[in-house]
Design a protein around this ligand. Structure first.
Ligand code: RP5
Length: 169
């Protein structure tokens, strides 16, 4: 089984956030790989990774980084694959620094930027991309979305049980 998604993070200090993506792929039974690479500390390795990812069978890259977060952008510069960027909160600027660094890409080199620490949404978006060419994965995704709706239906059932003197039913 070869990985379809590659999860890259700038440091293992990003792992508590990026694990959410791993857990989602595990739940959805989507083969993935996970590695740490740094645009600033290991630039040559990042370049090798980006240049070879497509030939290795990877279809989508998720790259998480904090602070001056160059990683998703420099990967996007050297691969034809879609790159989803996850800004990591963890600096004195609370993740806004990483958000701007990841989001403000020049025309021609997009990075699909999710919310600060939004690794789960990055994984969901990656699944949606893969599902475009895989009917069974699309069915699985549709079922996942239906499950989200059920959660709110159940929430409203629970809220309807709350008793307050001035609550109108
Ligand atoms: C970034 O610098 C990493 O993505 C991480 O979010 C941040 C701090 O890295 P460490 O000093 O914890 O390795 O490149």
């Amino acid at each position: 089984m070869s990985p379809l998604v590659s999860i890259i993070m700038g440091s293992t200090s990003d792992l508590p956030v990026m694990e959410k993506a791993c857990q989602f792929f595990e739940e959805m039974e989507i083969p993935f790989e996970v590695n740490a690479l740094s645009a600033h500390r290991t630039p040559a390795e990042v370049s090798d990774f980006a240049r070879n990812a497509q030939q290795r069978g990877i279809r989508v890259i998720i790259a998480g980084a904090g602070m001056a977060a160059a990683l998703p952008g420099v990967i996007a510069a050297e691969t034809p694959l879609p790159v989803i960027g996850v800004p990591i909160k963890g600096s004195v600027l609370e993740g806004l620094d990483a958000t701007f660094a990841i989001m403000q890409m020049p025309p021609g080199i997009p990075v699909a930027t999710v919310a600060i620490n939004g690794a789960q949404n990055a994984a969901i978006l990656a699944m949606q991309m893969l599902a475009l060419a895989d009917d069974s994965l699309m069915q699985k995704f549709v079922a996942y979305k239906a499950g989200l709706k059920q959660k709110i239906v159940k929430a409203n059932q629970d809220l309807s049980q709350l008793q307050y003197r001035f609550k109108v039913h």
